[in-house]
Design a binder for this molecule. Sequence first.
Ligand SMILES: C[S@@+](CC[C@H](N)C(=O)[O-])C[C@H]1O[C@@H](n2cnc3c(N)ncnc32)[C@H](O)[C@@H]1O
Length: 243
Amino acid sequence: MTEQVRSRERVASHGEVFTSEREVNAMLDLVKQETERVDSRFLEPACGDGNFLAEILRRKLEAAKKRATPPRRKKPLPLEFERQSVIAVTSVYGIEILYDNVLACRERLYNIWNEEYEKICKKEVSDECRDAVRFILSRNIVCGDALHFNTVDENGSPKKEPIVFSEWTMISGTKMQRKDYSFEKLYNGEYEPTAEIQKKSKQPANDEQQLSLFGAEDDAPADEGTLTYSYITDYRRVQYDGK
Ligand SMILES: C[S@@+](CC[C@H](N)C(=O)[O-])C[C@H]1O[C@@H](n2cnc3c(N)ncnc32)[C@H](O)[C@@H]1O
């Protein structure tokens, strides 16, 4: 979006002042390498309509194109781009208290993804994959109060349900795993930071290793009880096979 303030009321009630594109890019350049990894996870706890997340997704989709392009080929392989671009979508997370911003953010991210998807996959696009991406975004961009860890309804009233994030991991081929965790527990640091795990295993992060809000894949959470839900399915079917 271009305007930084929508109304005085929204500034007063929710501190809604959007960041300009120039500032977004300058800030993201401070962590440029991470923004250009398809699978590094980003969470924006006051994401508005997605100024930061949109730019992060654009950068990740560029990285997805590179990863889907074999040596000595100029163009990405459509199905591999589809897979990589879905990984990119799974790795952006946001919390926003105002419902209209949540809807705008999800739509904006979907459109950025879909535009590249159509450009690269052309006739090979599938509505099933589009639905999967919409479903992932509906889970990753949460209408909630980041300060109190609870979801809120369309009118901004607190709901009883806590904020829960899904950890999506492409296991192999087209198989994807979803594991749900309570945001409050994640925030309170119940998982070992990824950097510590890498130090221990002496393995540098590589492109196939998803950096995590959640801890490394083979690292058992400190409190198993925080894992609330889990399933594995084809990435194009995440919307059918889970709740
Ligand atoms: C300063 S704006 C920043 C928006 C966006 N990150 C950007 O830079 O353009 C802060 C945003 O946080 C939202 N917000 C305010 N309190 C919040 C809370 N407790 N939990 C989640 N979002 C909140 C506001 O509605 C607003 O969209």
